[in-house]
Design a protein around this ligand. Sequence first.
Ligand code: AMP
Length: 397
Amino acid sequence: MSTLVLVINSGSSSIKYQLVDVDTHEALATGLVERIGLAVGRLKHEGPNGDVVLEQPIANHEAGMELVLAQFAEHGPALDPATLTAVGHRVVQGGDVFDGPALIDDTVIAQIADLAPLAPLHNPAHLDGIRAAQAAFPQVPHVAIFDTAFHRTLPPEAYTYAIDQKVAHEFRIRRYGAHGTSHKFVSRTVAEHLGKDVSELNTIVLHLGNGASATAVRGGQSVETSMGLTPLEGLVMGTRSGDIDPAALFHLARQGGYSIDQLDDLLNRRSGMLGLCGHTDMRDVHDAVAAGDEVTETALKVYYHRIKGYVGQYMAHLGHVDVIAFTAGIGENDDIVRLGALAGLEKFGIVVDPERNAGRKKQITVISPDDAPVTVLVVPTNEELEIARQSVELVRG
Ligand code: AMP
């Protein structure tokens, strides 16, 4: 008898899903809805009867989730509720409410909704996925796994903003981080792959997807991470600005008459690569650069510059770095970005071998030369397996 968990990972422009057998680590079905909200959306469902690919507009996450459930019904494997141990849902922001996985009930749904202001692109998208899945599987336990949990080991000097601490405490303003399930999985997988105990390694994980974050992991514990109070801080992302002088917002409000909602929309939905060059997808960015578009070329340089700055910062915080690991949609698939983001760091022992780096990486791959002081790897993230494991642990007590 296998232990099956349906894992739903509903992101800002994508929904990943997997039917995971926790006993064998096998994904019995896997899929990705991407380019949600763009002119042409895409769904790929890989089940026992091969791949199904659909290309059609996918307006929002609810529409995406309905499409996912339809693929199971039409193409298999059948999702018999009696065979499911749990449905595990990734949730980005657990604030200071959730210390670990939570069995989803009306109270938890309300708490996730309450935390939405801290993760405006994510928590509402998660709730769309949760509601659609609960309707489909009302008798199966649904579990929320929070991406903030891994970053609970951040020391105060890393999570504290230098503002009036009375205000900070009253409004719970501190750095929570995000993508924790991925950073945890990747840093542990790196150690396993290198045959080391996780406590022996200092690792910088670069999670580069539509959302992007960097984490410094010392001996298996997150000690610094680029996302902050919300997933807006840090690296340049698909539509999010990452770091910006907060005074730019005062300036826009005073000089441009921008409202809070307009500023939120500007920084969360109209900035990042979209704001810089009009493209959110890195494949479109590279096409434009290849066609000689100088604006897009500058945008890509901004993207690299920010990553490089975080790598340097984390080298300083960690003292020494053993490993840099790339993961997520861009980190796993985009050899141009991997090469570009770390170019010029050779004097610090960080070298990417162009031949090893070439192409998309479907499995863990070392892309640095054998004699390089820092091992650079691509590690396909497996948040689904991590979420499935934690879901089963919670359900079984
Ligand atoms: P994620 O948020 O992790 O699902 O990553 C989504 C992003 O990965 C997309 O917006 C693309 O920019 C990027 N991506 C996915 N596949 C590729 C690819 N083959 N080449 C370059 N970038 C890719």
